[in-house]
Design a protein around this ligand. Structure first.
Ligand code: AOF
Ligand code: ZN
Length: 354
């Protein structure tokens, strides 16, 4: 039998520092790319705050190193001996783009480390053990749920060892993506299409199959999202067919390069390739064959469905054959969030309508 581990007891100053570190990690306007959001607060032995730091993205200092640098700038090197580091993620033990934070903390004379979440990255984990072995007092994971909420997709992707997959589907009420003659503009409203751009701005990769490339010639860029969005996602096409040079995905995108072409029909191989490119969150944008391949492989983690109040009665289905032959085999999903996207008055007439 197992029992849930009791949350470790933190001193009041450490608890407050952890809340501050979580807030630092959540700072708006930061897109840490393939890396997690991390915040760190350094406390003097009397509980006074010495310095703060946060991680701003791959290749830049980790939160602990940023906080150590800020402390040295403010109070000089000697005063860190015996201090406590409060950090939202277990300090790393690896040399990646930067050096190991566990060593940096030890070198600075930090005596105690409180961390919120164990590092799920197999390449980086081990910092807590390293710090303990060197004689530091180490407490954690102190509040894993709160820390995980900072980086839900990154954490899940690290646990899975592959990018997290969101399937975006836009269809009529009866699950059709086009009418019988192939016409498909515009089943969903402009407000739903804008929401799609918001979604693209929140992932790091947008993936389509070659069938969708040939049928729709999509651009897959973030264009008219409401408000701020993250960097443009990597554009990727999966399938064995060549990309016709005249298509928008074969032309240079926002990053100056054509879309990545994953020459495989195997979703697992495609995700492994994207993982090598440090992709954490893939948005499947079409079409039905690609979606079915991911479903069949058990590689869909989340669905964002735009269901239009439109009936077509016939026409292509949103997803291909999943090999389900009886009701007990149905793919059943949990509903986590529902919103009604009210069309703007301007959206009621489809673009180009007389
Ligand atoms: C920390 N503090 O602020 C961050 C950590 O490629 P690198 O060198 O930037 O390493 C990235 C990995 O290090 C990342 O996947 C995660 O496991 C850890 N990130 N660790 O101690 C930080 N950002
Ligand atoms: Zn680190």
């Amino acid at each position: 039998m197992t029992t849930a581990a009791a949350a470790p007891t933190l001193a009041p100053a450490e608890h407050a520092a952890m809340q501050r570190a979580l807030a630092l990690a959540a700072t708006e306007g930061i897109s840490p790319g393939p890396n997690p959001r991390v915040g760190c607060v350094l406390l003097a032995p009397d509980g006074a705050t010495l310095a703060e730091g946060l991680h701003r993205g791959a290749g830049t200092p980790h939160a602990e190193v940023a906080a150590l640098a800020a402390a040295r700038a403010a109070v000089g090197p000697g005063t860190l001996r015996g201090a406590t580091a409060v950090v939202t993620l277990e300090p790393c033990a690896h040399t990646g783009r930067t050096g190991p934070c566990a060593e940096a903390l030890l070198d600075a004379g930090i005596a105690r480390v409180v961390y919120a979440q164990a590092d799920p990255n197999p390449a980086a984990t081990g910092g807590a053990a390293r710090l303990r072995a060197a004689g530091a007092d180490v407490v954690g994971p102190a509040c894993p749920d709160e820390a995980r909420a900072l980086n839900p997709v990154w954490t899940r992707a690290m646990e899975l060892g592959r990018p997290y997959v969101t399937w975006k589907v836009a269809a009529s009420l009866d699950g059709r993506t086009a009418a019988a003659d192939g016409t498909s503009r515009w089943i969903t409203s402009a407000v739903a299409r804008r929401d799609t751009h918001r979604l693209r701005g929140a992932v790091d990769t947008v993936l389509v199959g070659t069938g969708t490339l040939l049928a729709d010639d999509p651009a897959l860029t973030v264009r008219d999202a409401d408000g701020a969005h993250g960097p443009q996602p990597l554009r990727a096409v999966m399938g064995r067919r060549d990309l016709p040079p005249s298509t928008r995905l074969a032309a240079p995108g926002p990053d100056g390069a054509p879309a990545v072409h994953l020459r495989t029909r195997d979703p697992r191989a495609a995700l492994a390739d994207l993982w090598e490119r440090e992709r954490r969150h893939v948005l499947l944008e079409g079409g039905a064959t690609l979606a079915a391949a991911f479903w069949r492989a058990g590689l869909v983690d989340e669905v964002v469905a735009y269901v239009a109040p439109v009936l077509l009665g016939t026409g292509p289905a949103a997803v291909g054959d999943l090999g389900i032959t009886t009701i007990t085999g149905a793919a059943r999903l949990d509903v986590t969030d529902v919103a009604v996207l009210e069309p703007d008055p301007d959206d009621l007439a489809p673009p180009g309508a007389a």
